[in-house]
Design a protein around this ligand. Structure first.
Ligand code: 5GP
Ligand code: MN
Length: 334
């Protein structure tokens, strides 16, 4: 994983000259969105900059243990000389956070579907997490030492995007970067437990609803989660509470999907390549057919429609994708 030297030099020179910096990450933030935002935000503060950190949806409660999370706002307030977006593959992913901003000066990301929407684009698609890119380049970009708070935030991004260092994106280099963060004061067991393993009681009951409806056919496992399921157990989020990590651990499967009913007639879809699959799958290609994006092994989209209709269409597209990949005749259900 190596960025172009002249790009790094350009970004370093630009950051030296600016004072008021806006950093934004994506809606429905995951650990890499939050960890990258706070890690870079706190590092810029350590370098003497005035920083505002913004995520349209705010910080989910499970990441509020991170020091600096209390500084994240839902929209920008001040005036800025420089605008940075982290961990977002395209501008619509940041929601309303860039409204009334003139453009993005720096786009830092690792998604293969990134549209290079920034004036500068530090996009390294072989990085395991945006936080890994930041951990590697912050010291030279900002001429600072990584503090324990920055290290904890960046390790959160790396641990969550690699599901605890178990995805195919984990290399010896990724583990070396993580070790470097521990040397700078990151608390591995705290970040691992609070950022990845621990869930509120209602979230696990919510899993129960999804697990009870789980279905499978050769290669594909899926389930649905409804607004009613969330109301029944008192789960406050709009997401799957990470249930997809359970589905993607089921043996002899290639692709796991979850359909999550949203307010106002929309459905959120998550795709994952299952852990032990040996089919060379790129689920971001299926997600892109539905206006979404992501990575080869993890992708998402949100579409209009009722949950049954969306489930049928998306499953058919997923079946077709897998059949073509396996060289089998396509058989679709109607
Ligand atoms: P998740 O299924 O956890 O929401 O997302 C998996 C991956 O796909 C993440 O890297 C996320 O950023 C990306 N992703 C999820 N939903 C969308 C979407 O609607 N558009 C794009 N471009 N990427 C998405
Ligand atoms: Mn990420």
């Amino acid at each position: 994983m190596e960025a172009d030297n002249s790009l790094i030099a350009t970004i370093r020179d630009e950051l030296k000259l600016v004072q008021r910096v806006l950093i934004i990450s994506h809606i429905r933030p995951d650990g890499d969105a939050i960890g990258s935002l706070i890690g870079l935000g706190k590092a810029l503060m350590d370098a003497g900059k005035q920083v505002e950190m913004v995520i349209s949806d705010g910080v989910p409660t499970n990441f509020r243990f991170l020091s600096g999370s209390e500084l994240v706002h839902k929209k920008p307030h001040g005036e800025f000389d420089y605008r940075i977006v982290v961990d977002a593959s395209e501008v619509p992913r940041v929601g309303s956070a860039l409204d009334r901003q003139p453009g993005v000066d720096l786009n830092i990301d690792h998604h293969i579907t990134n549209t290079n929407f920034g004036r500068n684009n530090l996009v390294l698609t072989d990085a395991a997490a945006t936080a890994e890119i930041l951990a590697r380049y912050i010291p030279s970009l900002l001429s600072i030492t990584i503090s324990p708070d920055v290290a904890n935030a960046l390790l959160t991004g790396m641990i969550t995007d690699t599901i605890g260092f178990r995805t195919g994106s984990v290399t010896s280099g990724v583990l070396r970067v993580a070790a470097m963060l521990l040397e700078h004061g990151a608390d591995l067991s705290q970040v691992y437990y609070k950022g990845l393993v621990q869930h509120p009681f209602p979230a696990i009951r919510y899993w129960g609803a999804g697990l009870g409806r789980m279905q499978s056919e050769p290669g594909i496992v899926w389930t649905t989660l409804s607004l009613k399921d969330r109301a029944a157990v008192g789960y406050g989020g709009r997401d799957d509470a990470d249930l997809i990590n359970v589905l993607s651990s089921i043996e002899n499967m290639d692709i796991a999907l979850i359909f999550i009913e949203q307010p106002s007639g929309r459905v959120k879809i998550s795709w994952r390549v299952c852990g032990q699959s040996n089919v060379d799958t790129d689920v971001s290609q299926i997600a892109q057919q539905f206006g979404g994006g992501g990575h080869r092994a993890a992708a998402g989209a949100e579409v209009d429609g009722g949950i049954e209709e969306v489930e049928k269409n998306v499953l058919n597209a997923t079946r077709s994708y897998l059949s073509v990949l396996l060289g089998e005749p396509v058989s679709l259900e109607h």
